[in-house]
Design a protein around this ligand. Structure first.
Ligand SMILES: NC(=O)C1=CN([C@@H]2O[C@H](COP(=O)(O)OP(=O)(O)OC[C@H]3O[C@@H](n4cnc5c(N)ncnc54)[C@H](OP(=O)(O)O)[C@@H]3O)[C@@H](O)[C@H]2O)C=CC1
Ligand SMILES: O=C(O)CCC(=O)C(=O)O
Length: 432
C-alpha cells in the first residue's frame, strides 16, 4: 500500500533543524502537545519540562599508554514522584547534558506508561567506547561510579545499560559502588549478569517488548504477521532482539543494519545467523546478503513495519515524506523528530512511541530490582510471562486513549503517563 505524501508546508522545522534537534527540545515539544489533551495544572506541566537535578562530573581516565584523559559524565534526574529515578547510562561521543535531560524525561513517561514505581533518569559519558580497551572501559566505569556515588542508590537512582554499555559495565559499576558502601548492593543498578543478581531476560527485554508491541499493532490493524515485512535499523541489544523475536513469530525481517550500513533480502533474512555487534562486530554490514544498502535507504524501504532501533533523530522532516512503511515502531529513544511526527500523522502512518514500545527494558529492570530486594531469582519463563502481561496492560491503556480521544499513539501514551504523574503529585500534595 503506498502512502500519501504530506501536504503540510507549515510543519515547523525552523525552530530546530532537525537532525540536531536535541532530545530535550523534542521531549518538551511532545509534552506541550500532550498537555493540550489532559486536564493537568499548567504549573505541573511547566515543572515537568525541567529536571530535578543534573549531575555533571569529570571522569579522569588513564589510557593503556599511560596518557591521562579527562572525560565528562552526566546523570540527569528528571522526576521521582512515583519512585527512584531510573534509566540507562550511555557511552557515546555525543552524550551531553541536554541529551541526558531529554532522555530522562522520556524515562519518567516510560515508567509511568508501564505503571512501575520509578521516575526518570539518564546519564552517560561522552566517549567512543569502540576506542577503549576492556581495561579502559572498566577503569572509566569504576571512576564514573565513584563520582556518582552520592546521587545513586537502590532507593535513590538506579542506572542500567543503554547504548555502548552492557551487563559487564553494570557489574563494574555495582562492584565499585558496593566497595565504597562497604556492602554488596546489587540493587544499585539493573541489567547486571544474572550471577550477581541480574535478571534473566533483561538483555533481550527492550527488543522483546518492541516485538510484542509490533505484534499487537499488526493485530490491531488486521494484518497477518506471516505476511508482514520488517526493516530494523540498528542491530544491537534492542534491534537484534526485536528482529529475532519477530522473525520467530513469523514476520519477514527483510533488512537490518549496523553503523556501517544495511543488508537486504526480500525473502527475509535468517536473523539467528546474522550476528549482532556484541556477538561479532562488523558482522551485519559484512554479512553475505543479496543487497547492501545505506542506513538512509533502509529507512525508505517499501516494508510494512519500520523499526528504528539505533540512534535518535533518524526520521526527520527531510525523509519522513519518503518513508514507505505503513507503521513505525520506535525501538530507539527519540528516533522521530517532532516535525517528522507531524508529517507521519498527516500521511496516516501510525508511530508506536519509544515510551511504550521499548519499555520492556525498564520493566524487566523493575523485576530485577524486586529480585535484588528479595534476594530471589525468577526463572526466564516467569520473566517472559510477567513482561507479556505488563506490556499488554500498557498496550491496552494506550489503545483505549487512542480510541476514546482519537489521538496519535504518542499522544495517547503521554496522556496515560502524564495523568499518572500529575495524580501522584496531587495526591502527595506536591505542587508543582
Ligand atoms: N539497551 C537498553 O536497555 C535500551 C536501549 N534503548 C535505546 O535503543 C537504542 C539502541 O540501544 P542499544 O540497542 O542498547 O545499543 P547498542 O549499542 O547495543 O546497539 C546500537 C546499534 O545501532 C548501530 N548504530 C550506532 N550508530 C548508528 C548510526 N548512526 N546509524 C545506524 N546504526 C547505528 C550500532 O552499530 P555498530 O554495531 O556497528 O556499532 C548497533 O548495531 C538507543 O536509542 C537506546 O537508548 C531503549 C530501551 C532500552
Ligand atoms: O532498564 C532501565 O532502567 C532503563 C533502560 C533505558 O535506559 C531505557 O529504557 O531507555
Amino acid at each position: 500500500m503506498s502512502k500519501p505524501k504530506s501536504t503540510a508546508e507549515d510543519v515547523d522545522t525552523t525552530e530546530n533543524e532537525e537532525a540536531t534537534e536535541s532530545a530535550l527540545t523534542t521531549a518538551r515539544r511532545q509534552l506541550n502537545r500532550a498537555a493540550t489533551h489532559v486536564d493537568v495544572d499548567d504549573g505541573v506541566v511547566e515543572r515537568l519540562k525541567h529536571p530535578t537535578k543534573v549531575q555533571r562530573v569529570s571522569v579522569p581516565l588513564k589510557r593503556d599508554d599511560g596518557e591521562l584523559e579527562v572525560l565528562t559524565g552526566f546523570r540527569a534526574q528528571h522526576d521521582d514522584v512515583r519512585g527512584p529515578y531510573k534509566g540507562g547510562l550511555r557511552y557515546h561521543p555525543e552524550v551531553n547534558a541536554d541529551e541526558c535531560i531529554g532522555l530522562s524525561m522520556w524515562m519518567t513517561w516510560k515508567c509511568a506508561v508501564m505503571d512501575i514505581p520509578f521516575g526518570g533518569g539518564k546519564g552517560g559519558v561522552a566517549v567512543d567506547p569502540k576506542q577503549l580497551s576492556t581495561g579502559e572501559k572498566e577503569r572509566l566505569t569504576r571512576r564514573f561510579a565513584e563520582e556518582l556515588r552520592d546521587v545513586v542508590g537502590p532507593k535513590q537512582d538506579v542506572p542500567a545499560p543503554d547504548m555502548g554499555t552492557d551487563a559487564q559495565t553494570m557489574a563494574w559499576f555495582m562492584d565499585a559502588y558496593s566497595m565504597q558502601q562497604g556492602e554488596t548492593t546489587p540493587g544499585v543498578v539493573t541489567g547486571k549478569p544474572p550471577v550477581i543478581g541480574g535478571s534473566y531476560g533483561r538483555e533481550e527485554a527492550p527488543g522483546r517488548s518492541v516485538a510484542i508491541v509490533t505484534r499487537e499493532a499488526i493485530d490491531y490493524y488486521d494484518w497477518e504477521i506471516e505476511n508482514t515485512t520488517v526493516a530494523v535499523q540498528g542491530y544491537g541489544s534492542v534491534g537484534a532482539n526485536a528482529a529475532r523475536a519477530l522473525d520467530e513469530w513469523g514476520a519477514d525481517v527483510v533488512a537490518v543494519s549496523d553503523v556501517d550500513g544495511a543488508i537486504y533480502d526480500p525473502d527475509g533474512l535468517d536473523t539467528k545467523d546474522v550476528m549482532g555487534h556484541d556477538e561479532r562486530p562488523g558482522m551485519v554490514s559484512g554479512y553475505d546478503a543479496p543487497r547492501k544498502l545505506g542506513n538512509e535507504e533502509l529507512l525508505e524501504l517499501d516494508v510494512d513495519v519500520l523499526i528504528p532501533a539505533a540512534v535518535g533523530n533518524v526520521l526527520t522532516a527531510d525523509n519522513a515524506d519518503d518513508v514507505q512503511a505503513n507503521l513505525v515502531v520506535e525501538g530507539a529513544n527519540g528516533p522521530t523528530t517532532f516535525a517528522a511526527d507531524t508529517i507521519f500523522e498527516e500521511r496516516g502512518i501510525p508511530v508506536l512511541p519509544d515510551i511504550l514500545a521499548n519499555a520492556g527494558g525498564v520493566t524487566v529492570s523493575y523485576f530485577e530490582w524486586l529480585q535484588d530486594i528479595n534476594r530471589r531469582q525468577w526463572t526466564l519463563d516467569r520473566v517472559h510471562e510477567e513482561l507479556e502481561d505488563e506490556m499488554l496492560k500498557a498496550w491496552n491503556a494506550v489503545r483505549k486513549e487512542v480510541e476514546e480521544r482519537d489521538v496519535t499513539w504518542r499522544d495517547a501514551a503521554y496522556v496515560v503517563a502524564l495523568n499518572r504523574v500529575a495524580t501522584a503529585k496531587a495526591t502527595r500534595g506536591l505542587w508543582p
